[in-house]
Design a binder for this molecule. Sequence first.
Ligand code: ARG
Ligand code: GLU
Length: 725
Amino acid sequence: MNRIFRFCTAIVLLVLLAKPVSAGEGMWLPIFLKSLNEAEMQRMGLKISAEDIYSVNKGSLKDAIVHFGGFCTSQIISPNGLMLTNHHCGYGQIQSHTSLENNYLRNGFWAANYGEELPNPGLTATLIVRIEDVSEAALMGVKNDMTEKERQSLIDKNLNEVRNTIEKKEYEEIVIRPFFKGNQYFAFVTVVYRDVRLVGAPPESIGKFGADTDNWVWPRHTGDFSFFRIYAGKDNLPADYSEDNVPYQPKHFLPISTDGVEEGDFTMVFGFPGRTNEYLPSYAIDQLVEVVNPARIGVREAALNIMDAAMRKDEQTRIKYASKQARIANYWKKWKGENLGLISTHAIRKKQDFEAEFTKTIQRNPEMKLQYGKLLPEFQRLYAELEPYAHVRAYHSEVMGRNIELMRATGLMGRLANAYKNNGAQGFQGFAERLKPFFSNFYKDYNAELDQKIFASLMQLYQEKVDAQYIPDHLREQLSAAQGSYEQLAKEIYEKTAFAQADKVMAIIDMEPAKAVEAIEKDPAFLLNQHINDLYDTKVESKYNDIQKQLDRLQRHYMAALMAAFPDKPFYPDANSTLRFTYGQVKSYQPRDAVTYLNKTYLSGVMEKYVPGDYEFDVPEKLRQLYESKDYGPYAENGKMPVCFLGSNHTTGGNSGSPAIDAHGNLIGLNFDRVWEGTMSDINYDPSICRNIMVDIRYILFIVDKYADAGHLIKEMKLVQPKKG
Ligand code: ARG
Ligand code: GLU
């Protein structure tokens, strides 16, 4: 009896654990769409086939999906290469064209014709031609008892061969990436377009409405979109920027449905999610919540307080720092939400329960027990060993590598000195040539006075938070020479360093190399940077990397173990900036007891949030007028103007600008964010509260047509109404 009972429990547990991932969770590879997802997607309402979504033989949805600059997603929506992405994805470009005279951030920008579209050196648009599973060839000859080094060099050798055998046209490129923690490898044949021009953007008071207060939060009222266009040579192939280039003719572009969305409608999001970590052990999550995230949040908070104050005082500073501030603020807030969510959903306990199930399952199979039985205890040991280093590393990378700009410039000047020492005058010249354009951009958006304040605040934080053994005597001596005042220390360094001013830096770069090295090496910013980093590199970074390598190996075995222990469960690989699709439904949610968030917002909500003249919640006059007169053109829904909607699609950073696509393959919205309660979905997806936020495509059309009078762009697009027939 007891045995039968135990047997039944085991079966029930197995079935529960092996149940397909809840609809919504998963960032799937398009080549497995047919075998893993098509049936479920059609049950959920999809009306087209796997072949319509991803095909190597004919134009399919994937041919309209573009990796935008390598950090966001965009989609092609016209036969002339017109692309839609988020306002915050094009933000750096919009900012770079902005000045006090042409304030495109504040007022928006709309090119009236091709000739007015603005080029963006360095910005790329990447299309995916084909995906191939190359696991077998990549892992040929790899054995379990190899060291990591042996394994990697064999794989590198194999991949070189794979690269040579994959069929590709001359203008195509090949990217090969590890998946499932290195248990599988996939190759992507791509085409990279290099002439991408800015076509249009709304003012920030629409495109960034709600700014940091509303970021990562529902209900949302942001028109987070901008338009770009891909240009190609006359042969429609990639070409460097040239006036003679012509708009790119895509194999497919997305038609746009103006039908609108309802609760339960099928949605699919296609794009390039950056990074997730869904298969971490509980110990890793614990460390993230307790050690790493608090450190990163603390440093950024200190930097942002200073930056925000300076930006609010002065428009020129605001323009200079807009894009930098947005990037820093975005993840500052994301980590806060992530921590809250991981704690409130008991993510660590859930992982522990799952780990207990895993352990029970492998115990039943002697071979698995032998092979995988030590993984979890090893994780525990290594994460404990990693912890003190992870702590310093989080502070160091945020303080020295990110938020004090002078330290970044100094690091580069240090590398210039090294280039001379390692490779002589030629090495120096080569690196100097690369530094010049970088520094001319860097100092264009640099405010030394502001940076000096950040330096004082973050140096103090570093000294206070980081264990004394990692603080160099040099810093202590400098500080006591400054009577223990970080402001004084900052003042002295910023007064004496050459690296806080563009002309002085350029003068050093132009010196005779030996002289330049001399000037660099006696610079007070260089000395401080060097002392902190030398100590850090030897005492922290090398140890951290050592342990992390062992963890990577464990994580690879653990991934393989999970797949072996739960063979019926469909697994999806963690995001790694490659093309994925995810699907779900338009869906409201309950953030907490007795509270329901509806799935859609309207322009009336923009007006509810309106605060005249506010930094985040001002509304342009013309939009207020259009609202008053209900002048919505054909884009309204029962007399109301929809703005954003929610879905249960599993997305992450990099999915910004991804199209939300309906059951027929039409564009219905533009992904740009997730909800506060669900920002932890990179680590622990919870279908009850994880939602992605999209701009309703009708709001975009309305702003383009009625607000910006850019109807010529709408004419390029193909509007459809499949529901209304
Ligand atoms: N949270 C969204 C994303 O991760 C939007 C960010 C826009 N930036 C901002 N600081 N408001 O990219
Ligand atoms: N805003 C994010 C991005 O820039 C997407 C939101 C998310 O992380 O889900 O990619």
